[in-house]
Design a protein. Structure first.
Length: 186
């Protein structure tokens, strides 16, 4: 080989060009932008997941509370439907007179036994009367349907119970209908 050929060989070989620094920065910037977008999407999805998880927990808690209430107050509708029957027995028993030999008194004795049995059953089911006679009027458990003026009692005191009210456990089934004292000012 001569010198000329060696020179030509050197010319043929071209050095590999390195990518310019600007192109490297652009690639890094694009990758950083993609990473930022993915991080933002990840943050949004994580937030959404947390919210949905909290919502699910709230729904489960509400459902659990609703089930507990249903179980606790199971039978409320049946008990409410018995209250007018109980009222009718009370009205019938009040008709009793002192003559125990007539036929009506014999029927009323049977009514009293049935009434007593019903009261016992209701007590076993945690049903209780609203205690209000000669107590201060409470609009949460009573309805004032009549007003009277009696000097023997303080103002806003229940003078008479026209229809008994009932509680089922800690829930009001029916408010008592009452007559309330209202002292007129002189």
């Amino acid at each position: 080989m001569n010198n000329k050929e060696v020179k030509e060989e050197k010319k043929v070989e071209t050095p590999i060009k390195e990518e310019p620094k600007k192109e490297k920065k652009n690639i890094f910037n694009k990758e950083n932008e993609k990473i930022k977008k993915l991080e933002e999407q990840n943050a949004l999805l994580t937030d959404k997941l947390m919210r949905i998880s909290a919502e699910m927990q709230n729904m489960q808690r509400h459902n659990s509370e609703d089930r507990e209430k249903l179980i606790k107050y199971d039978g409320e509708k049946v008990i409410k439907s018995f209250l007018p029957i109980l009222d009718n027995f009370e009205h019938a028993i009040k008709m009793d007179d002192n003559n125990l030999d007539d036929e009506v008194s014999k029927f009323l004795n049977g009514f009293k036994m049935i009434y007593t049995n019903m009261i016992d059953i209701l007590k076993n089911l945690e049903v209780s009367e609203v205690d209000c006679l000669h107590k201060e009027f409470n609009d949460n458990s009573m309805h004032a349907v009549l007003v009277d003026n009696d000097e023997n009692y303080d103002n806003n005191v229940v003078l008479d119970v026209l229809q008994k009210g009932y509680m089922y456990k800690d829930k009001l089934l029916r408010p008592a209908m009452v007559k309330v004292n209202n002292k007129e000012s002189d």
